[in-house]
Design a protein around this ligand. Structure first.
Ligand SMILES: NC(=O)c1ccc[n+]([C@@H]2O[C@H](COP(=O)([O-])OP(=O)(O)OC[C@H]3O[C@@H](n4cnc5c(N)ncnc54)[C@H](OP(=O)(O)O)[C@@H]3O)[C@@H](O)[C@H]2O)c1
Length: 250
């Protein structure tokens, strides 16, 4: 029970890494609020964990504000903010559209800043807190056909370091987790990997390219987020913890 009596706000908790982290946090004793746009999934997940679903489209400032307000109304404090919501839109510098660039930056970068801006004063007033930002190994090394995504996750790594310095003396630790390829339901959606021959072929190729010979499961990323969110990482701030099966070591 490493998060006993802690209150955690997790953005993008309706599926994937966010949902797995919310479940792990709840199992470790935390009370959890999750956000996202898919209300049915969010409500069901929150019910299962005995937590709160705060519907939010993180492209919108008022939705970010409402999610924080609803979390405070339900639980009265926020000890952990996991800025997890993110989108992956492919494209090179030439092929990335204005719309895809704007969406990537709005969700992956601006929302991380806004949610942090909203929660930091709450943590300061409480005497401290922990922020974990979900970046990516592609925030550290480049990837083909992922221009906007790489730019956004590089920004998340740098925002993490900047916030860690600004708030260290306020007992607010800020770290990033940098997952590598992690199997999520999104990958199985019709047409998601159409450019690379379908999900099975894409996963086989990714596995082949990774030193550990397989992609990650969401629970493996959740465990790293738990480490960064708990007292186990009490002397860690400003770090970008790579959980990528060895990808960035190559
Ligand atoms: N899977 C990987 O291989 C991998 C690798 C490195 C990093 N990551 C990062 O992990 C994070 C989670 O992604 P995932 O892989 O777990 O995929 P996912 O299952 O698609 O999860 C994405 C989450 O973000 C939320 N989200 C997206 N746009 C949103 C918006 N405008 N407003 C509110 N919520 C929004 C989604 O909720 P709704 O759809 O309900 O809005 C969903 O809960 C992302 O930041 C991603 O970049 C993933």
């Amino acid at each position: 029970m490493r998060l006993q009596n802690k209150i955690a706000l997790i953005t993008g908790g309706t599926s994937g890494i966010g949902r797995a982290t919310a479940e792990l946090f709840a199992a470790e004793g935390a009370r959890v609020a999750i956000t996202g746009r898919r209300a049915e999934l969010g409500e069901a997940a929150a019910r299962q964990m005995g937590g709160l679903f705060a519907p939010a489209d993180h492209r919108r400032l008022d939705d970010c504000e409402r999610a924080v307000r609803e979390t405070m109304a339900a639980f009265g404090r926020i000890d952990i903010l996991f800025n997890n919501a993110g989108v992956v839109l492919s494209g090179t510098a030439e092929s990335t559209s204005e719309k895809d660039w704007a969406e990537t930056m709005a969700v992956n970068v601006t929302a991380v800043w806004r949610m942090s801006r909203l929660v930091i004063p709450i943590m300061r007033a409480q005497g401290g807190g922990v922020i974990v930002n979900n970046a990516s190994d592609w925030g550290i090394v480049g990837a083909r056909n992922a221009l906007a995504y790489c730019a956004s996750k590089g920004a998340v790594v740098q925002m993490t370091k900047a916030m860690a310095l600004d708030h260290a003396r306020e007992n607010i630790r800020v770290n990033a987790v940098c997952p590598g390829d992690t199997f999520v339901e999104r990958w199985t959606r019709e047409g998601y990997f159409r450019e690379s021959g379908g999900a099975d072929e894409a996963v086989a190729r990714m596995s082949e390219e990774l030193p550990l010979g397989r992609v990650a499961e969401v629970g493996e990323i959740a465990k790293a987020v738990l480490f960064l969110s708990s007292a186990d990482s009490s002397f860690v701030t400003g770090a970008a913890l790579v959980v990528d099966g060895g990808n960035t070591a190559q």
